[in-house]
Design a protein around this ligand. Structure first.
Ligand code: RUQ
Ligand code: CUA
Length: 622
């Protein structure tokens, strides 16, 4: 194996890796003969006008609460989709529908997006995501890149260890990062081990109604659950999670949660758990069906693993799962087959919190420790089943063979990668070709914007010797991403003209303003390039109300042409909504400020967009 890094302490290794990267690059450009047939990196990422990228990349926006959509290989940012946070670019969170979706919150911490799957392959229909900040789950429809449903998940706190989707989207599992008493009730931290739990939720998704629901939950021990993955093929009924703080520390986790030499992988059979629920083996708490593993035995097992592991990833063939060390510089390869045998033989080393612990030696296949590679976090796979693990501290991606543990290749990235994502990486048949490293830091890579640097994503060509071929800044914070073949996603171009849609108005003569007590209902139209709120009025683009009225505006965009989106804002009212072609949206506000306020279309829609204005007149109370 080629030696890339001198032996150094963990912390300096990341910076060293970058130095080596530069050195290698400079030397390489001087001395290595260039194969003229070889495409330059610029050519590899160049997508000419009129052509489209080959893949969509969905990057989690972390505490921005948004999802960022990029094209690969160009790494062009093509859209920001608001999920958990208000977004004035799209009016998300102002109109009644999206306000209701947001459930009274203004932000979320979006981690770990996951596509819907059919037979272990991305089907291109939906994307799921979780909110660690406010304990929610969301689903986005990929025909229009819009959120369809968001639910609050009861009894849980911070579903970081999610979302992972089973082979046919039977469930989206949401284990949590924080342990809390069920229902987040008050309980002293002195009673942590007795009263606190890390609840995992099995969330179901109804494809017809596009609604999420909590099917059942498991009251796991009061530990932190970090990352998870669903089985595939032979392991399709199973799933794995990593744990930390099995010490059950209640303060200063930085030190106290790293005391024990080993934490655990939780291995569970969701098909059996589902059956237990059907057989009534659960308790009902706060309206949820909850399985308590110490009471309702079976189907859940623990496997010891080097302390405080981070990611755990199932190989595309479903035969193995790989835990990454975080604090131990090794990846541990476990075998499902061995685990099933150990379960069958009751090959247990004991119990923890009422859950059987499998013998480490019986389940583990090998510990892999590439030379001087430090801080392994997450693993992705290519079309040949080879593994790519991000090294947070030595700032590189290491390619290795899960069958032998042999290191095959390494590439330095800038700097501190958390996750990486491979093309179709979580399916049973990854594409190979591309890997994107999601770097937590982008020190010195871009023009300075002050003390806080942008984060970055780096595109790595993995078709031959690994090579970083493109870099793109990304808003906070790159947690995980998903990469899907572009032709799997089928978007529609305009919302269908549906005359029966409640509150929609399609003909100018049907526009009207109706008063019911102090409620004023406006049935309006947005079209190039005017608003019509009441066609019969002398000034159809004016809404006149009395101070204190509650205004309900239903606005339909009757321009049934692609990309003719209109916006609607009222001056000094902190209001901005959007109506896409053929869409109807409702806005409610209280006209509590007497005065004269221009209203206007915020989204460029025609040469006369600037003329698309009107007035809100609020008559003062006598
Ligand atoms: S975790 S950097 Cu939030 Cu995805 Cu591993
Ligand atoms: Cu409508 Cu601008």
């Amino acid at each position: 194996m080629k030696k890339w890094f001198p032996v150094v302490s963990g912390i300096t290794a990341g910076f060293l890796a970058a130095t080596v990267f530069f050195a290698d690059f400079n030397v390489g450009s001087k001395t290595v003969a260039v194969d003229p047939a070889k495409k330059s990196n610029a050519e590899k990422v160049y997508v000419p006008f009129g052509e489209k990228d080959e893949y969509y990349l969905f990057a989690s926006g972390g505490h921005s609460g948004q999802m960022f959509i990029y094209g690969v290989p160009s790494m062009r940012h093509i859209r920001t989709v608001p999920v958990f946070s208000q977004d004035s670019a799209t009016g998300y969170g102002w109109d009644e529908h999206t306000k209701e979706l947001m459930g009274g919150y203004t932000w979320g911490d979006l981690h770990h997006p996951a596509f819907s799957e059919t037979n272990g392959d991305y089907d291109g229909k939906w994307m799921f995501a979780t909110d660690v900040g406010n304990s929610r789950a969301a689903v986005m429809g990929l025909d229009s890149f819009t959120v369809r449903d968001i639910i609050s998940v009861p009894n849980t706190s911070g579903p970081h260890c999610a979302a992972f989707v089973t082979e046919n989207t039977e469930y989206i599992f949401l284990p949590t990062r924080f342990a809390v008493p069920l229902g987040s009730e008050y309980a002293s931290l002195d009673e942590y081990s007795e009263k606190y739990r890390g609840v995992m939720s099995a969330v179901s998704f109804d494809e017809t109604t596009e609604k999420l629901g909590v099917a059942w939950q498991v009251a796991l021990p009061p530990w932190s659950y970090d990352l998870s993955d669903a089985g595939k093929g032979m392991s399709k009924d199973w799933a794995v999670l990593t744990t930390y703080n099995t010490e059950e520390a209640t303060t200063n986790l930085e030190i106290n949660a790293s005391q024990a030499d080993r934490d655990y992988i939780v291995l569970f059979n969701w098909k059996e758990l589902e059956k237990m629920v059907a057989d009534g083996q659960f308790d009902e708490v706060n309206g949820q069906k909850i399985i308590f593993p110490e009471k309702h035995k079976g189907s859940i097992y623990l496997i010891p693993v080097a302390k405080s592991p981070h990611g755990v990833d199932v190989t595309p063939d479903g035969k193995r799962f790989i835990a990454s060390g975080k604090l131990a510089p090794a990846m541990t390869v476990f075998s499902f087959e061995k685990a099933f045998a150990a379960i069958g033989n009751k090959d247990f080393s004991g119990e923890r919190n009422g859950i059987p612990v499998l013998n480490y030696e019986s389940v583990m296949e090998r510990e892999v420790n590439p030379e001087n590679a430090l801080g392994p976090l997450h693993t992705q796979f290519d079309d040949k089943g080879m593994a790519y693990t991000t090294m947070f501290i030595s700032s590189e991606v290491v390619k290795w063979d899960p069958n032998t543990g042999e290191t095959l290749d390494r590439v330095a990235v800038q700097y501190s990668p958390g996750h990486s994502v491979a093309a179709e990486g979580d399916t049973m048949s990854p594409d190979g070709k591309y890997l994107v490293a999601l770097n937590k830091i982008a020190k010195d890579s871009y023009l300075s914007v002050g003390p806080s640097h942008p984060e970055s994503m780096q595109l790595i060509d993995i078709s031959g010797k690994m090579e970083v071929i493109q870099s793109a800044p990304v808003n906070p914070e790159p947690h995980y991403a998903q990469m899907i073949k572009a032709d799997k996603i089928k978007t529609f171009t305009v919302y269908p003209k549906d005359e029966n849609r409640p509150n929609s108005v399609w003909k100018q003569e049907d526009t009207r303003i109706e008063r019911i007590g102090d409620e004023v209902h406006v049935y309006g139209i947005a079209m190039r390039s005017k608003f019509i709120f009441d066609a019969k009025s002398q000034r159809p683009d004016v809404i006149e109300v009395n101070e204190g009225d509650n205004v309900v505006l239903h606005l339909t965009n009757i321009d049934l042409d692609q990309d003719i989106t209109h916006g609607f804002a009222i001056n000094m009212h902190d209001i901005n909504i959007e109506v896409q072609p053929g869409q109807t949206n409702t806005l409610k506000f209280k006209a509590d400020k007497a005065g004269t306020y221009p209203l206007y279309c915020t989204n460029f829609c025609s040469a006369l967009h600037q003329e698309m204005t009107g007035y809100l007149l609020v008559k003062p109370k006598q």
